[in-house]
Design a protein. Structure first.
Length: 178
């Protein structure tokens, strides 16, 4: 199971490159394909952790870099949105800069999840703009993921909330994340 978990994690790298290629060659017309590729990648991300934990083997290099691979894939989605003309190059640059600054300031999963949310939110907005059924597929996937793994989903929401709190100047008693 550990090998399958690593394969599912690593497959997000070539999928991300396909998403960028789709933006460079297909532009706006590639949006439906990118939405389905994203749902596949996000599903693999949901499953790989379960397989890793079920394997009872210690986390290897791939497992320790799962979040980095997630960021890479979502950066590819943001690059697609820019190449396809949905997002300006300036906004993409701001996103990349924010990702860098948050990683320096917060140094936590929370900061990373905040910046990933931008690419995901923009993809959802564009999917709804293209077709109600396409946007509905993304929302339906989210509801299904929430239903099947509510504990993990609420954990990620808590990381997001915690990351937003870390953006303000920490005061006395503000918890520090590992």
């Amino acid at each position: 199971m550990a090998i399958l978990a690593d394969i599912l994690t690593l497959m997000r790298v070539p999928l991300g490159l396909v998403v960028v290629y789709a933006g460079a060659t297909g532009g706006e017309a590639a949006l439906p394909h990118v939405v389905w590729i994203s749902l596949l990648a996000w599903t693999a991300d949901s499953v790989d952790g379960h397989l890793r934990r079920a394997s009872a083997k210690p986390t290897g290099w791939v497992g320790r870099h799962d979040l980095t691979i997630d960021v890479f894939f979502n950066a590819c989605v943001a690059a697609f949105l820019t190449l396809a003309g949905y997002v300006s190059a300036g906004l993409f640059s701001l996103w990349v800069g924010t990702l860098g600054l948050l990683s320096l300031k917060i140094r936590s999963r929370s900061g990373t999840i905040i910046t990933e949310g931008f690419a995901i939110l923009m993809l959802i907005i564009q999917a709804f703009g293209r077709a109600l059924a396409l946007g509905g597929a993304v929302i339906g996937w989210g509801i299904l993921a929430l239903t099947l793994d509510r504990k993990r989903f609420t954990y990620r929401l808590e990381l997001f909330r915690h990351g937003l709190g870390l953006l303000r100047k920490p005061g006395p008693g503000t918890p520090k994340e590992d």
